[in-house]
Every structure is written in structure tokens, then in C-alpha cells.
Write a protein that binds this ligand. Structure first.
Ligand code: ZN
Length: 269
């Protein structure tokens, strides 16, 4: 989550930050605005106001959902009603058609009305007429519907929560994410990026290729977690203690990450 403010990446590409909301990438152009994610429903008014203040702006014609979480899909309803194309991986659409309850904290998410659900879905990759490319990140670091959006002209890669830009990753194993997917996702995204690519995660600052490489620590953490016998024991073992100073208390991450291994290795349990 972030302080407010708009960051200009190029003449037609911006990171729009509304206080306490996830990052949104906005591309302006003659054909209207393209958004990557739409903030939460509560932040949608402020987001639309900020977007309408961008230079060269028109109506929002296209929005990507990097995954189903409400921090990303809160503008779907208004934009769907306005006739925008809402693009997501098919798994993301499926999660948005049903009620979801997280077992770790009981948080409940109501399914979205039909008009708010993604109306253009895909399985592998796609390309817009503008040259913008997008694709599935099947490693499922965060959910089983994670996608990236790549802007080749500006060399900007939006990655949602598949890469954590701030603090420990949040692995949503209830909807298909798992700790073992983090490094695979990083490797996959790295093949799309070069030394100059600016990588925009859902949370935190804009990253570079070196930041992705630094996150390979999750490979070792996964190995350590694999040796644990239960989530409590995994937390007790403090596998991430050397990162506490930089990243903050890892206990919630470790517990969730361990549970994600369990869910992944025994899907019927
Ligand atoms: Zn998320």
C-alpha cells in the first residue's frame, strides 16, 4: 500500500497511487485509457479522479485485473457498466463468479455481479492492437490467475502481486497460490525484462531486474519450509530471521507459506 501521488514513467504511462491502495498503471492515448488494476471499490472514486487528471486523457476503455483480489478489482463494476473491456486470466474470472472465504482469517469476499466480471479472458498470452502484451504467470506465486502486462515501447512490466515490492509476499493458497511458485514466476518475468525495464508491482516502489534477482531467497526459504512438520514448527524455526531487519516480522508469511506447501502437495487434504 502506498502514499498518494502519480509517478510518470513516460509521456503516456503513469503509476497512479491512491493512499492505502495498491498501485495502478495507467496508459493514456487517442484510443482512451488502459489501466492495469483498478484499486478497491472504496478507492475507486479517488482513482478515477486521479486518472481523469492525467495529460491527454480520455475514457477508460480497457482494464486488466492482475488477479481476483478486491484491492485490484474494485473498479470493475463501474468500468464494466461504462462498456470497458475487462481483461483477466480465466481463473481470475472464475474466482470472481463465486463467494470466497479465506480460512486463515475468515475474511469473506462476495462474488462480483456479472457486469463487473472480466469480459475478455485468456489462458496463455495475448496482445492488444497498441502492441501491449500480456500473459499468464502459471507459477502461481500469489493466486492461480496471476498475469503480467508488458508495455514494450516504454519498457515497463506490470506484475501485480506475483512479485512483492514491499514486505513479505502474501501467498493466497486458498485460490491456488504457493510459495514454490515465487521463484519460477521471477524467472519467467526475468525473460521479459532487461536492465532498463521498470517493473511495477501491486505494492511498493517501482523495481528493476536486480530487485527480482534479490528475491531468489524464496528458493532457499521453500527448501527450509519443506523440512517442517507443521505451520507452528515452521514459524518456530525462524527460517527467515536474517531478513527481519529489512522485511519486518515474517511469522505470518512463514505460516501462510507453509500452509501453501501443504495445500499444494496434498490438494485433497
Ligand atoms: Zn493480491
Amino acid at each position: 500500500m502506498s502514499e498518494g501521488g502519480t509517478l510518470k514513467l513516460s509521456d503516456d504511462l503513469f503509476v497512479v497511487r491512491i493512499r492505502e491502495e495498491a498501485n495502478v498503471v495507467a496508459q493514456t492515448g487517442a484510443d482512451g485509457v488502459l489501466l492495469v488494476d483498478g484499486g478497491s471499490a472504496g478507492g475507486s472514486d479517488a482513482l478515477m479522479k486521479a486518472v481523469s487528471g492525467l495529460p491527454g486523457v480520455g475514457p477508460v476503455r480497457t482494464i486488466f485485473n492482475t488477479h481476483w483480489h478486491p484491492e485490484q478489482t474494485g473498479s470493475n463494476e463501474r468500468l464494466g457498466k461504462a462498456g470497458a473491456t475487462v481483461i483477466a486470466h480465466e481463473n481470475t474470472r472464475l474466482w470472481l463468479t463465486q463467494n470466497v472465504t479465506w480460512p486463515w482469517d475468515g475474511r469473506r469476499f462476495a462474488r462480483l455481479p456479472k457486469i463487473a466480471q472480466p469480459n475478455k479472458t485468456f489462458y496463455t498470452t495475448g496482445k492488444l492492437d497498441s502492441g501491449v502484451r500480456y500473459g499468464y504467470i502459471p507459477d502461481a506465486a500469489h493466486t492461480d490467475g496471476d498475469l503480467y502486462v508488458f508495455f514494450p515501447k516504454q519498457n515497463v512490466l506490470a506484475v501485480g502481486d506475483a512479485v512483492s515490492g514491499q514486505g513479505w509476499p502474501e501467498v493466497d493458497w486458498w485460490t491456488g497460490g504457493w510459495i514454490g511458485g515465487i521463484v519460477g514466476g521471477l524467472q519467467r518475468l526475468q525473460t521479459l525484462a532487461d536492465a532498463d525495464t521498470r517493473i511495477v508491482p501491486a505494492r511498493g516502489p517501482v523495481l528493476g531486474l536486480a530487485d527480482l534477482k534479490a528475491q531468489y531467497i524464496y528458493d532457499r526459504l521453500t527448501q527450509l519450509l519443506n523440512k517442517g512438520r507443521g505451520p507452528g514448527e515452521a514459524v518456530e524455526a525462524r527460517p527467515a530471521k536474517e531478513f527481519d531487519d529489512k522485511m519486518g516480522n515474517p511469522d505470518v508469511f512463514v505460516r501462510r507459506a507453509f500452509e501453501s506447501l501443504w495445500a499444494y502437495l496434498s490438494p485433497d487434504a
